[in-house]
Design a protein around this ligand. Structure first.
Ligand SMILES: Cc1ncc(COP(=O)(O)O)c(C=O)c1O
Length: 369
């Protein structure tokens, strides 16, 4: 037999998988036919601020330079914006990357890690990649079950627990007081990753004040959603100095893109645009909800940049609706875990894309009757 390099047993045991199949892969599978409405990846179809585009154009010629590996300017600007110290902020290539780095710091083989059943799959992907043992807690009434998560943390003595607020894939949210109650009850030895990727589209009452004195809470935010920069890959975590510092032990110091730093800085500066675009996101959410209701479906209230629509039947029915929309060139996604899987998930987008969704949804529903 021909010899070849041996993988570790962990790598050997893992399935070859991606957390999400991209719309580009779906288009390739369809023989290259492009989607006419891209409403599945929770991007911000309204795009970034014109001031961000201008900054990118101005600095495009500088890409021969590596980016500042310390992310000094961006960290300082974020710290000022958040009213914390730069030492309380770590910047990375999207929340997705920061999730992986966090798991790496707290998880080895067979470490129990608590999350909700059906929550953000990229986190689970990283836990699997470091050999952790996922312990999942079902949602309750379409909300992440905070009491259930806490009970699982205590039962398993888990060093890491993850949830997002507002939540993906349901779009639901807890008020800050409930999150604070969870944090107060959390064992001191358990790190909470509180994913606030949708923080800017949520009511202010959903975000507890930042408390960087707590060594067991990491808050994660991103430029991918409200700021409209998913393709630039920039997220950040906020936490206590020692825990933030630990990221420097494992992060890819030259992973950040020079233009990404420039775009994020410009986006942060343009808070007027952020206000305008979050208004558009709220209006688009309302429109998606109205379209759902007009078609006899139920829209779950959302604090994110998408609306999860309850098709009010079982999982296979929702899959059929999803596929019928994809067949009609509308890219949407759906939750896959039991109970949540009765839903499809539609991201906000420009008027023309929502017009197309509105036009196609009745045909998709008729096709699956
Ligand atoms: C809950 C949640 N966290 C993180 C992300 C990804 O963030 P980023 O683009 O910063 O990696 C998403 C994107 O869909 C998300 O829904």
């Amino acid at each position: 037999m021909r010899m070849e390099p041996l993988f570790t047993p962990l790598i050997d045991s893992l399935p070859s998988t991606v957390p999400f199949v991209g719309p580009e892969a779906l288009e390739r599978k369809r023989g290259g036919r492009p989607f006419r409405a891209r409403l599945g990846a929770n991007e911000n179809g309204f795009g970034p601020a014109p001031s961000v585009i201008a900054a990118l154009q101005e600095h495009a010629g500088e890409v021969w330079q590596y980016a500042d590996p310390e992310n000094f300017d961006l960290k300082r600007a974020l710290a000022t914006h958040l009213d914390v110290a730069p030492a309380n902020v770590v910047v990375g290539e999207g929340v997705d990357t920061l999730l992986g780095l966090t798991v790496r710091q707290y998880v080895r083989e067979d470490t129990p890690v608590v999350t909700s059943l059906g929550a953000y799959p990229t986190f689970n992907f990283h836990v699997a990649g470091f050999g952790g043992r996922l312990v999942t807690v079902p949602y309750r009434d379409d909300l992440e079950d905070l009491d259930g998560l806490l009970a699982a943390v205590k039962r398993e003595q888990a060093p890491l627990v993850y949830f997002s607020n507002p939540d993906n894939p349901m779009g639901t949210w807890w008020e800050a007081a409930e999150i604070e109650r969870f944090i107060d009850a959390l064992p001191a030895s358990t790190m909470l990753v509180l994913d606030e990727a949708y923080g800017e589209t949520a009511p202010a009452t959903a975000l507890p004040p930042l408390d960087v004195s707590r060594p067991n809470v990491l808050r994660m935010r991103t430029f991918s959603k409200a700021y409209g920069l998913a393709g630039m890959r920039c997220g950040y975590a906020i936490g206590a100095e020692k825990q933030i510092n630990a990221f420097d032990k494992v992060r890819n110091h030259f992973g950040m893109n020079k233009l990404t730093q420039i775009a994020a800085l410009a986006a942060l500066k343009d808070q007027d645009y952020l206000k305008v675009v979050t208004g558009r996101i709220v209006a688009a959410r309302e429109r998606i909800a109205t379209i759902a209701v007009r078609n006899g479906l139920k829209a779950i209230p959302s604090a994110t940049n998408f609306v999860t629509i309850d098709c009010q039947r079982d999982g296979p029915y929702a899959v059929a609706v999803l596929n019928a929309l994809i067949d009609r060139d509308v890219f949407v996604r759906k939750p896959m875990a039991p109970v949540l899987d009765r839903c499809i998930r539609v991201s906000v987008g420009a008027d023309e894309e929502l017009d197309f969704f509105e036009q196609q949804l009745p045909h998709a529903l008729a096709a699956v009757k």
